[in-house]
Design a protein around this ligand. Structure first.
Ligand code: UDP
Ligand code: MG
Length: 310
C-alpha cells in the first residue's frame, strides 16, 4: 500500500547489517500490512562498510514502500536516526533497530495508543535478560546517575523504539543542536506519553556495534548534554577543600606559635599537593568536556550528510 503521505513511517538506521535486512523486512512487512494503512520504511545506511547499501538498493527496487537514504560516511546511530526522522513523511513515525531487538509486533500496540490520543508511545524494556549483566548494570547506573543530576528525567529502560506523532517529529526537527543524545532529546520534548512494555530480544544476526568504550562515551554525551551539574559540583568541592585547608593551616600556625618550628612534614605536604593536583586536573577535564561540546556546537556543522537517495 502506498500513497504520497503515508500513515506510518518506519525509520531504521543500518550500520553493517547485511545479514539482518532480509529477516527484518520479512518480519515487519506482514505486521505493517495488518494495519491496512499506507506505510513507508525508511532505511538509513550509516556509511556501512559491507554490502548493506547494495542490499538496501535492491529492496528499494523490489518494494515500493521502501526508501533508502545513504549517508556519506558513518555518522553514528544518533545522526542516522536524525536523518531518517527528517526524511520520514508519515503521520506517525516509529524508529526501530533493524536487528529485530525491538519486536515489530509492538507497532500495532503503538498505533492503538496513538489512536487513543497519545502523541508519544514509548516501548519500555520490561525484561532485559537477553542483554549481558554488565550492560544491564551499566545501563541501570547510567539512568540513576543521569536522572539524579539532570533536569530532564529519562525513563528507565526506554530506548529509541517508540511512536511519535507528526507534531512531535516537527518539534524535534526544530532543535538546532548538532550533538544529539536522542534519548534525552525525546524526553525533553515532553508531550502526552503512553508506555508499552516489551521483552528485549536477542539480535537475530550480525554483531552489536556498541562496545564498552563506545557506551561509556555515549553515557558521557548523555550526561553533558542535559546537565551542568558536573560543572557546578566544583564550586562545592572547592569550598569544602578551602575550608579544610583553612582549618589545617590555622592548626599549623597555632602549633608553631605554641611549640616552635619542627621540620618534619614532607609527607603531609607532598600528599596534599598531589591530592589537590589530581582534583584540579579532574576539574579541568570536566571543563574541557563542556568546552569541547561548545566548540563542536559552535561550528554549526550539519548533523549528517546525505550522499544519495534510492
Ligand atoms: N547503528 C547505526 N550507526 C552506528 C551504529 C549502529 O546506524 O554507527 C544502528 C544499527 O545498524 C542498529 C541500531 O543502530 O540498527 C542499533 O545498533 P546495535 O544493535 O549495534 O546496538 P545495540 O542494540 O547493541 O545497542
Ligand atoms: Mg541491537
Amino acid at each position: 500500500m502506498q500513497s504520497n503521505i503515508p500513515f506510518l513511517s518506519i525509520v531504521a538506521p543500518c550500520y553493517n547489517e547485511e545479514d539482518v535486512i532480509d529477516i527484518f523486512l520479512e518480519k515487519i512487512i506482514p505486521i505493517l500490512e495488518e494495519l491496512k494503512k499506507p506505510y513507508e520504511i525508511v532505511f538509513v545506511n550509516d556509511g556501512s562498510r559491507d554490502n548493506t547499501l547494495e542490499i538496501l538498493k535492491a529492496k528499494a527496487k523490489e518494494y515500493e514502500s521502501v526508501r533508502v537514504i545513504s549517508l556519506s560516511r558513518n555518522f553514528g546511530k544518533e545522526a542516522a536516526l536524525s536523518a531518517g526522522l527528517d526524511m520520514a513523511k508519515g503521520e506517525v513515525v516509529v524508529p526501530i533497530d533493524v536487528d529485530l531487538q525491538d519486536p515489530p509486533e509492538l507497532i500495532l500496540d503503538f498505533v492503538k495508543k496513538y489512536e487513543e490520543g497519545y502523541d508519544v508511545v514509548v516501548g519500555k524494556r520490561a525484561d532485559r535478560t537477553t542483554d549481558t549483566p554488565a550492560k544491564r548494570l551499566s545501563a541501570e547506573l547510567f539512568y540513576k546517575m543521569h536522572n539524579k543530576i539532570s533536569d530532564i528525567e529519562i525513563p528507565h529502560n526506554v530506548g529509541d523504539y517508540r511512536l511519535m506523532s507528526r507534531k512531535v517529529v516537527e518539534e524535534l526537527k526544530k532543535l538546532p543542536e548538532t550533538q544529539r543524545f536522542m534519548k534525552g532529546i525525546f524526553a525533553w520534548l515532553g508531550f502526552k506519553t503512553a508506555v508499552v512494555e516489551y521483552k528485549r530480544e536477542e539480535r537475530v544476526a550480525g554483531e552489536t556495534s556498541f562496545n564498552g568504550w563506545k557506551l561509556w562515551n555515549f553515557a558521557l554525551d548523555g550526561i553533558t548534554s542535559f546537565s551542568t551539574a558536573p560543572l557546578r559540583i566544583w564550586l562545592y568541592i572547592g569550598m569544602v577543600l578551602a575550608f579544610i585547608s583553612f582549618v589545617y593551616g590555622s592548626w599549623i600556625v597555632l602549633k608553631t606559635l605554641m611549640f616552635g618550628i619542627d621540620s618534619p612534614g614532607y609527607a603531609s605536604i607532598v600528599t596534599i599537593v598531589l591530592f589537590l593536583g589530581g582534583i584540579q586536573l579532574m576539574g579541568i577535564g570536566i571543563l574541557g568536556e563542556y568546552i569541547g561540546r561548545i566548540y563542536l556546537e559552535s561550528k554549526n556543522r550539519p548533523v549528517y550528510i546525505v550522499e544519495n537517495e534510492y
